[in-house]
Design a protein around this ligand. Sequence first.
Ligand SMILES: C[S@@+](CC[C@H](N)C(=O)[O-])C[C@H]1O[C@@H](n2cnc3c(N)ncnc32)[C@H](O)[C@@H]1O
Length: 351
Amino acid sequence: MLSPSQKQDKIVRSTDLDALSCRWNCVQKGYFEDVNIDKIINSYSKYLQFCEGYTNLSAGRTYKSVFDRKLPIINRGTYLRTKSISDIIGKFINDNEKCQIVSMGVGSDTRVFKLINPNINYIELDFEETTRIKKLTIINDSELSKAVNYSGLGATVADRSQFQTLDPNLHTDNYHLIGLDLRRLSDSNIVSEFLDSKRPTLVLSECVLCYLNPGENEKILKFWTDSISNLSLLIYEPISLNDSFGQQMRENLGRRGINLLTFNHFPTLKSKFDFLKSLNFQDINVTDIASIGGYSGDELSWISAEESKRIDKLDLIDEIEEIKLLLLHYCLVYGGIGKHTNLSKKWKLST
Ligand SMILES: C[S@@+](CC[C@H](N)C(=O)[O-])C[C@H]1O[C@@H](n2cnc3c(N)ncnc32)[C@H](O)[C@@H]1O
């Protein structure tokens, strides 16, 4: 039997399968390519059954949900989220010859396999079970092993005990996959050991910090501001806007046991801005995904006319007010300390 907190953590971990499903749907529709996504999906099909709180049957049911078709407005939102974050990461890498990327709550994100090169120290963090699934995907696949410069052996995991005793971490010269509960980030040196505090560093939270309470958010961000002198921070997450649509989102997620702990505490772009300011970020920029997608006017859009034309053909979306309302409830927050990347993007609110 799982304790209430173990149950909660299991639900939070399972949100990675939602993110994976959203990306898989976008790949099927042609929004973007991801040649490695099937490898991660395949690993979930083998190993989810060995994770805490799953049986063979419940793992099978959960796994199948990855292939549930998503609504066009969800696909469009996933595309905008993925593209805007990838654009910022790309700009950061271009601006800094030698740099460091830390992805908190990385889940099944496959960006690292495309981006990593000897000039980047790439660190990925998530709960141990999630990093075990990713590690098994990597070490049992020659192309992914090569991408992260892993030259060790693969591993066969045939039962729960083998899975649970597998070392959740994977280290190569410049890639570090670390199994860690982010709430313990500052209590151990498991991450500090692999950090280069002098390198320009981008810390990413793509729909992760929202599952942690405001005090935990502050503690985690303070860890990064204390550890890194040239820091760029990028956060993507939902916001309630204190309106009835936000209330409905909260109730829908609540029915699945998902509790977004920052959703009402930082309900608006301004409150996100103020939070980063209180942590001494010097350059702060915030916007919402509706603006990025051009639903609040062309002047705030991040998508070129040509790209808009292309994606408009992939899904028919005629309820513009509906998608705008949905995407207003997701934001992108960027903060810089020391030498950090100037993003030259259009933000709704900036220092
Ligand atoms: C919605 S998923 C997002 C995954 C990935 N960032 C993406 O956008 O595709 C949230 C991820 O955050 C991780 N996460 C949430 N709370 C965490 C914590 N306290 N410690 C480590 N990982 C955590 C979950 O395990 C899950 O993989």
